[in-house]
Design a protein. Structure first.
Length: 359
């Protein structure tokens, strides 16, 4: 049964830092006001009505939960205890900074029923972390993940390719280091310049250049593919298009796209089809693709981009894309001229570092 998330944004609460890219209010669309006991209970009741019998997960996003004073953490988590006992709330998740986690805070979270901790890793390159004002080193990420896993908590990691001092090669190395820690899931947010941040100042004075959208798509498709191969789900790519973020002037520069994830998924589909076609394009040039129902729009691409590219690059006319519920999202079958080929993203796509080497 699908789990419904009851979100509480505690933007910047508990955070003593000022990372160069951060304006949590604009990113999350929240004032960051801490919810009181009645707010928590009221919102859960409201979500209960729409969730029906589905399980509820309470999530405290933004800010650095474990940097909050202990009594405030208790104040937020205590009202959830009877609801967890009664089964009203099935799980609790929080997000925090790596240097705010140690064995004591991990044990406290476990005791209070927290099941999942999202760690804002952002990069595993110490120069990038320093230039971004993160205030910790990569070894602290390793320690934090170790402490959380020791308590049996699920760990999510957030990465931000494109920070100051970063490069596509460094981003891939960061991803490799994070995957070595065997996280339960990832979020990947290509760095975007938000107004009012230190990053905006760096950008305006020419000290920082963001990734282009094309460059971010090229890098992130490789990152997503590596996660697929490692069997680590990526639950979000690109910033959520909140009203605050989309207000005129808030996004100053950088690879923001409201459907960034779909750009990436479409690229993977295109690369798989391109590999399957290879040099042997079908004689009559007309092809039908069969795929998992969830994949149809990825195969076609935004504004039919993949249809156009298949025609331009290979002379292949994509006549139809048909759903096949028995296929996995990683598989595509191309049928043309009575010939059928099936490819799988896990086995039939290979990205070498040369794809991003000159970025
Ligand atoms: S640690 Fe998180 S909340 Fe604090 S300034 Fe950095 S990004 Fe913002």
């Amino acid at each position: 049964m699908k789990r419904c998330t009851v979100p509480f944004f505690i933007a910047h609460r508990g955070c003593p830092h000022k990372c160069v890219f951060c304006d949590q209010v604009k990113i999350s669309g929240s004032s960051g006001q801490l919810p009181g006991e009645t707010d928590v209970a009221g919102k859960i009741a409201q979500y209960r009505e729409t969730a029906g019998r589905g399980s509820l997960e309470v999530a405290f996003f933004g800010g650095s939960f474990t940097s909050l004073p202990q009594e405030v953490q208790e104040q937020l988590l205590s009202p959830l205890q009877p609801l967890m006992e009664s089964g009203e709330v099935g799980a609790v998740r929080i997000s925090t900074r790596p240097d705010s986690v140690d064995s004591v805070s991990a044990a406290f979270l476990k005791k209070m029923g927290v099941a999942t901790v999202e760690v804002g890793v952002q990069s595993m390159d110490d120069d990038v972390l320093e230039l971004s004002g993160r205030g910790y080193e990569s070894r602290q990420v390793v320690q934090a993940v170790h402490c959380l896993k020791n308590e049996g908590l699920a760990v999510g990691a957030q990465l931000m390719p494109g920070l100051p001092g970063d490069s596509p090669a460094k981003s891939l190395d960061s991803l490799g280091s994070v995957l070595d820690m065997k996280p339960d899931f990832l979020r990947i947010y290509p760095t975007v310049v938000i107004s009012g941040t230190l990053l905006e100042e760096l950008y305006r004075c020419g000290s920082y250049g963001p990734m282009t959208l094309d460059g971010a798509v090229r890098l992130c498709k490789i990152m997503l593919h590596k996660c697929l191969l490692s069997d680590v789900p990526v639950i979000r790519m690109g910033l959520q298009p909140t009203n605050e973020l989309l207000t005129d002037g808030v996004i100053v520069a950088g690879p923001y796209h409201s459907a960034f994830r779909q750009l990436i998924e479409s690229e993977l589909c295109f690369d798989l089809m391109a590999g399957m076609i290879g040099t042997a394009a079908p004689a009559d040039g007309t092809t039908t693709v069969f795929c998992s129902p969830s994949r149809i729009s990825d195969v076609i691409g935004q504004k039919k981009a993949n249809v156009e590219r298949l025609w331009q690059q290979f002379g292949v006319r994509l006549a139809a894309v048909r759903p096949d519920p028995l296929m996995s999202p990683q598989e595509l079958t191309m049928v043309s001229g009575g010939r059928s080929r099936t490819g799988n993203m896990l086995h039939d796509i290979q990205y070498g570092r040369e794809v991003i080497e000159n970025e």
